[in-house]
Write a protein that binds this ligand. Structure first.
Ligand SMILES: NC(=O)C1=CN([C@@H]2O[C@H](COP(=O)(O)OP(=O)(O)OC[C@H]3O[C@@H](n4cnc5c(N)ncnc54)[C@H](OP(=O)(O)O)[C@@H]3O)[C@@H](O)[C@H]2O)C=CC1
Ligand SMILES: O=C(CO)COP(=O)(O)O
Length: 336
């Protein structure tokens, strides 16, 4: 059985989430062999010497064999059975540009990314399938209401691993679980990915409203309407029976919309307080996926034509230079 095998697992990415995933994997009792690719050789040298990522979750001690840290993507991919992608969606294409479909052959490929691949407007599972011929039976996604910062603190957290192949989902779920991470599996790979990408847009909206001075009463209405918007869209693009109240959908929205750690909410909050999009991005040294996602969604929704007033308002603020206060005033008339 797949779940009983010891695997070589490569994590691709050097940011907070990749760091948290490496921590989860290395705190797991099954002791798969973990490899970690990041683009920056100085960070690798620092990690080898001090066992800490110098720039993200820098308090976390990383227990990985120094020789398994690498900036050589192609040869590390060749060594492993499982590849976990954890770079922001906008940079994925560039990060793996040297790889071809042949490199992914017979590998299990897992997306921990919550974003659309922007040149094709595809969720990552679809991108892996269409661009690299990875069969859906070898693809999984990691989702759930889980911030890297709380993983660093070993706060009890839950992840959902979605795949059309239950054995693959179980393998990844088992590899990530440990005393502070609980995992469940799902076969709704499309719904899980779309909901995880969309919630970033609503967290930007939540941050904007907070920055503008709207209170908890309004936020509750905004988030209730947001989950309905997610449901309408996900059911339109992939209509199967799903309970939108599950943690992988509603939980993921709630944590991102309300948490102090949320990159997307922080970004939105700055916009509400009067920062320009550019200056907010420069000030944060982390990536708010919602910024990229809302543009892709706007384009995808030209086909589906789902009623999405909150996402539309975020798009207007980020890409049409409409003032946040005016746009949210107009949006407020459409919520109930
Ligand atoms: N953080 C979290 O709690 C969670 C994040 N995710 C998802 O994980 C993915 C990664 O996000 P996260 O780790 O948080 O990101 P961070 O904001 O923590 O880190 C940003 C990463 O992006 C890289 N990067 C920035 N600019 C560029 C560029 N121009 N070209 C290539 N790479 C670049 C950085 O590399 P460098 O340091 O070398 O500049 C760094 O590795 C996202 O899709 C996010 O939605 C999912 C669940 C939880
Ligand atoms: O997806 C995430 C938590 O589930 C991370 O995104 P945020 O940092 O915006 O919350």
């Amino acid at each position: 059985m797949l779940t009983e095998e010891k695997k070589n697992i490569l994590v691709i990415g050097g940011g907070s989430w990749a760091t948290a995933i490496v921590k989860m994997l290395t705190d797991n009792s099954r002791k798969h062999t973990i490899y970690w690719w990041m683009r920056n050789q100085e960070d690798i040298d620092h990690l080898r010497k001090y066992r800490h990522n110098p720039r993200y979750l820098s308090s976390v001690e990383i227990n990985i064999e120094p020789e398994n840290l690498t900036s050589d993507l192609k040869s590390s991919v060749a060594k492993v059975d499982v590849i976990i992608l954890a770079v922001p969606a906008a940079f994925l294409k560039g990060a793996i540009a040297e790889l071809s479909a042949e490199d992914f052959k017979d590998k299990i490929v897992v997306s921990a990314i919550k974003g659309f691949e922007p040149s094709d407007n595809l969720i990552i599972g679809e991108y892996l399938n269409t661009r690299y011929n990875v069969p859906f039976s070898n693809i999984a996604v990691i989702s759930g209401p889980c911030h890297a910062e709380e993983v660093a603190l070993e706060k009890l957290s839950y992840l959902t691993i979605a795949s059309q192949n239950t054995e693959v989902a179980q393998l990844i779920a088992q590899a990530l679980s440990n005393r502070y991470i609980k995992t469940t599996v799902s076969d709704d790979i499309y719904g899980t990915e779309y909901a995880a990408v969309l919630k970033n847009i609503f967290a930007v909206a939540s941050g904007i409203c907070h920055g503008l001075g709207y209170g908890d009463n309004f936020q509750a209405v905004l988030i209730s309407n947001s989950i309905q918007e997610i449901k309408r869209f996900v059911d339109a693009v992939h209509p199967i029976g799903r309970d939108i109240k599950d943690s992988a959908y509603l939980g993921d929205l709630l944590v991102t919309a309300y948490s102090q750690f949320s990159r997307n909410r922080t970004f939105g909050n700055m916009l509400g307080k009067g920062y320009s999009v550019k200056s907010a991005q420069l000030e944060m040294n982390m990536v708010a996926e919602g910024y990229y996602a809302v543009k892709c969604l706007h384009e995808i929704n030209r086909i589906h034509k789902v009623y999405m007033p909150i996402s539309r308002a975020v798009y207007a603020i980020l890409y049409e230079n409409i003032s946040p206060s005016m746009e949210i005033r107009l949006l407020a008339e459409k919520l109930s």
